[in-house]
Write a protein that binds this ligand. Sequence first.
Ligand SMILES: Nc1nc(=O)c2c([nH]1)NC[C@@H]1CN(c3ccc(C(=O)N[C@@H](CCC(=O)O)C(=O)O)cc3)C=[N+]21
Length: 283
Amino acid sequence: MTAQILDGKAALASIKDELKTKVAALKERGITPGLGTVLVGDDPGSRWYVGAKHRDCAEIGITSIRRDLPADSTLEEVLAVVRELNEDPACTGFLVQQPTGLDENAILSAVDPAKDVDGLHPVNLGRLVLGEPGPLPCTPMGCIELLRRHEVPVKGAKVAVVGRGITVGRPLGLILTRRSENATPVLCHTGTRDLAAEVRTADIVVAAAGVPGIITADMVKPGAAVLDVGVSRVEGEDGKSRIAGDVADDVTEVAGWISPNPGGVGPMTRAMLLANVVGAAGA
Ligand SMILES: Nc1nc(=O)c2c([nH]1)NC[C@@H]1CN(c3ccc(C(=O)N[C@@H](CCC(=O)O)C(=O)O)cc3)C=[N+]21
């Protein structure tokens, strides 16, 4: 038996179609959503992500504002661009692509929370803790939306979240405990005594540790849904750089559902970003 595919590419296409209608409705009201991106340096992966975000925007009628800064930019220089975008009425939402090599918390805190389409500003993370409405982090919401669209039950599920990072694991745990999800997350990290035991009893596994192949077939309950969030870049046999996920290849023989990588959670992150941009613009 091999696992069914949690197809992030197809879900992204459907979400774009849905958002196109919303963008058109906003334009009727005289509102044009505009996504700003700030990119520091010339890491090829980061450039690709930012380029993909702007291509997505163009497809659904969202304006792009792009600020590319040199690799040696100072925190002050980045903050100056953040302030400029905070003030720019054409920019309804923006993000500073991570990593910048600078103080990420200082950068995130400087963004107007109303324009924070990453959902990572302290005020918006606070809203999530308090259960108040606000933009939600894109990768965690992408995981949930990917499960929903394939009708994988989340309510009541035990979810092993592997990794406590600020962009995925930590907020995903909070989202899963909301009444609207009603799941039981177990947040695993490097201090977890028996990772295999936690993963083995999970109905859903979200691997967001950034450790290639950390989730192996022997750790997965037969039929479980496994989401691969890991994006390590490794050199392949041909010498070319490729993405290595956190989920080992043989997991597909045990899992009931698996998100391919690429083609799974990555496109969903972009989908949820678009949803946040439309949301921040007033939809
Ligand atoms: N402020 C900020 N916000 C982010 O949302 C943010 C960030 N910084 N820094 C980096 C991570 C990573 N990220 C991805 C987005 C799309 C894909 C994606 O679409 N990947 C495709 C293609 C992958 C490929 O072939 O290179 C896929 O998985 O199929 C992946 C990863 C957003 N991030």
